[in-house]
Write a protein that binds this ligand. Structure first.
Ligand code: 4AD
Ligand code: MG
Length: 474
C-alpha cells in the first residue's frame, strides 16, 4: 500500500508492508519514510536493541528500504499514524558521505545542477505531482467540453508559423554535406528530402484538424531556438493549443479564462497537501527579500483570487494610453519608453498593467497587425488584428491566441506582406479554400501556468529536465 493510501484508509492494528526512501533517521529509532505518493512521510519506529548494528548503519538518507510491521495510532506529535517495525530490509544503500541530497536547505541552483536527484526532495516531488495533476486537469477540461486531443507532428516540414527560431532536424553529415551545383547544401539529399525542423507550435496542424473535428486541442512539446536566457523561457516547453471552428475572439477569451480558472481550482481541490507545502516554501523564500518586494498575498490567496475574479479585458490601444500616462513612463523608468500606438509590449509593461494598474489578470486584445503573426484576423479598422494575450501577475504572458483570418484573399495579402510563400503553405490555404469559417484558438505555455500555481519563480524548476541555451544536461 502507498503511504498516501495508508494515511487515507488508516488500517490500524494490521500488518502492513511499506517501500520507499529514507528521508531521515533519528536516535537509531525513528525513520521518516517517503515513497513519492504524497508529501507526507510515514514514521517507522524501530524498538531499541531489536535490530542489528549492521542494519542500523545502513539506514541512511536516500537509502531504499522495505519494512513490515503493525500500523498504530501515533503517540508522538506531527503524525497520526506510525509503523511499529518488525522486519526491515535495506534494498539499496546510500553512502552518506557521497549522497548530495541531505536533510538540510539546498539552494535551488544546487538542485538544478543535481536535477537527476532533486525529484527526491519535498519541493520537487510536490512540484511534479502538481504537474501530473495539472496535465490531467487540462485534458479533463477540454474533454468535458467536447474537444478532441490531436497529436500534431513534432518534426515539421513547414517553417512559416513564425512563432520563433527553429531547431533544424537533419541526418546529413555536416563535415561533408552533399552540395548542389551552386555549392549550397543540397537538402533534397537530407532524410526527408527537404529541410525539416522541430515544431515551434502545433497551431497550423490544429487548424487543419478543427476543420474536420470541430473542436480540437494539442498538448505537446514545442521547441524554440531563441537565445533568451530568462527565468520564463525554455528551449523545449509544453504547449496546449485548442482550436475551434465557428468560434470568434470572445469565445476564445471565454475558453481560455474558463480553462485557467478550472485548472487552478482543480489543483486546489486535488493537491492541497502539496500546495500548502509550496506556500510555506514561498513564504520562507520571500523572507529573504526586502519588505516592499514581498507579495501581499499568500500562494493560496493568489490562486483563489485568479479563480474568483473576472479577468480585465481591454484593447491594446487602451493599454497604450494607460502606459503612456503611467508614472514609470513619465519618470523614464521603463527601459522601453511608450510613445504611442505600434510599440511592442515588453514584460516591464505587461507587469505594470497586471501588477500595478489592474492588480488582476488582464486580457489584451486587438494588437497592431505588424507585431502579430500573419494568420491573425484583420479587424475592420485595417490596423489591428483580433489577437488576445492573457497576462498574469508575476508571470507576464501566460496565453497567446487569436481569431484566425478565414478570408482567403485577406490571408493571401497578409502572407505577401510577411514574405511567406503561397506555394509552401498551399495545404494550409486549403482550409480557406474549402469550407472556411471564422475560427479561433490559443496557446497556453504549460510551464508558465506551473510557475504561477506552484509559486516557483524560475521556469527551470517546474519542468523535470530543463533545456535552455547552453544547457542540455541529463
Ligand atoms: O505566443 P506564442 O508564441 O503563440 C503561439 O505559438 C501560437 N501558435 C499559439 C496559438 O494561437 N495556438 O506561444 C504561446 C504561449 C505563450 O503565451 C507562453 O505562455 C508560452 O507559449 N511560451 C513559452 N513558454 C516557455 N518558454 C518559451 N520559450 C515560450 N515561448 C512561448
Ligand atoms: Mg505570444
Amino acid at each position: 500500500m502507498s503511504i498516501k493510501e495508508l494515511i487515507v484508509s488508516k488500517p490500524l492494528e494490521t500488518k502492513i508492508e511499506v517501500k520507499g526512501w529514507v528521508r531521515s533517521f533519528r536516535n537509531n529509532q525513528f525513520i521518516a519514510l517517503n515513497d513519492g505518493s504524497t508529501i507526507n512521510n510515514l514514521q517507522l519506529v524501530l524498538a531499541l536493541d531489536a535490530f542489528d548494528e549492521e542494519i542500523l548503519k545502513k539506514i541512511n538518507v536516500g537509502a531504499s528500504i522495505v519494512a513490515q510491521g503493525i500500523l498504530k495510532e501515533s503517540l508522538g506529535k506531527g503524525q497520526q499514524i506510525e509503523l511499529i517495525v518488525e522486519e526491515i530490509q535495506i534494498v539499496g544503500e546510500s553512502d552518506p558521505e557521497k549522497y548530495p541530497i541531505q536533510p538540510k536547505k539546498h539552494s535551488l541552483e544546487f538542485l538544478r545542477e543535481n536535477a537527476h536527484l532533486r525529484i527526491r526532495t519535498n519541493t520537487f516531488s510536490a512540484i511534479f505531482r502538481v504537474r501530473h495533476h495539472l496535465t490531467f486537469a487540462i485534458h479533463k477540461y477540454f474533454n468535458d467540453l467536447g474537444f478532441f486531443n490531436i497529436h500534431s507532428p513534432i518534426i515539421t516540414g513547414s517553417d512559416a508559423e513564425g512563432a520563433g527560431e527553429m531547431f533544424q532536424v537533419t541526418s546529413l553529415n555536416y563535415d561533408n554535406p552533399p552540395k548542389d551545383e551552386a555549392g549550397n547544401i543540397d537538402f533534397s539529399k537530407d532524410f526527408f528530402g527537404k529541410k525539416a525542423h522541430l515544431s515551434v507550435s502545433g497551431q497550423l496542424h490544429a487548424e487543419l484538424a478543427a476543420m474536420g473535428l470541430g473542436k480540437v486541442y494539442t498538448f505537446g512539446p514545442t521547441f524554440r531556438a531563441e537565445n533568451s536566457n530568462t527565468s520564463r523561457h525554455l528551449s523545449e516547453f509544453w504547449m496546449i493549443e485548442p482550436e475551434a471552428a465557428f468560434m470568434d475572439l470572445n469565445g476564445d477569451m471565454d475558453l481560455a479564462e474558463g480553462m485557467l480558472k478550472y485548472c487552478i481550482q482543480y489543483i486546489l481541490d486535488y493537491c492541497m497537501d502539496d500546495i500548502l507545502f509550496l506556500q510555506d516554501r514561498l513564504l520562507e523564500e520571500e523572507k529573504q527579500k526586502p519588505q516592499n518586494e514581498r507579495s501581499p498575498m499568500s500562494l493560496i490567496d493568489k490562486l483563489r483570487f485568479c479563480v474568483d475574479n473576472e479577468y480585465q479585458r481591454l484593447t491594446y490601444t487602451e493599454a497604450i494610453e494607460i502606459l503612456k500616462n503611467s508614472q514609470p513612463n513619465k519618470k523614464g523608468k521603463f527601459v522601453y519608453p511608450i510613445t504611442g500606438f505600434g510599440a511592442d509590449l515588453q514584460s516591464e509593461h505587461e507587469r505594470y498593467l497586471v501588477e500595478k494598474h489592474f492588480q488582476k489578470p488582464v486580457i489584451l486584445i486587438n494588437y497592431p497587425k505588424e507585431i502579430k503573426a500573419f494568420y491573425m484576423r484583420l479587424n475592420e479598422d485595417q490596423k489591428t488584428v483580433a489577437a488576445m494575450d492573457i497576462l498574469f501577475p508575476g508571470i507576464g504572458e501566460m496565453v497567446g491566441g487569436s481569431q484566425r483570418e478565414e478570408r482567403l484573399d485577406v490571408l493571401l495579402q497578409k502572407m505577401k506582406d510577411f514574405g511567406i510563400h503561397e506555394e509552401e503553405m498551399s495545404w494550409y490555404l486549403d482550409t480557406r479554400r474549402f469550407g472556411t469559417n471564422p475560427h479561433a484558438g490559443f496557446g497556453l505555455g504549460f510551464e508558465r501556468l506551473m510557475m504561477f500555481i506552484t509559486g516557483m519563480s524560475n521556469i527551470r524548476d517546474v519542468i523535470p529536465f530543463a533545456r535552455t541555451p547552453k544547457n542540455c544536461e541529463f
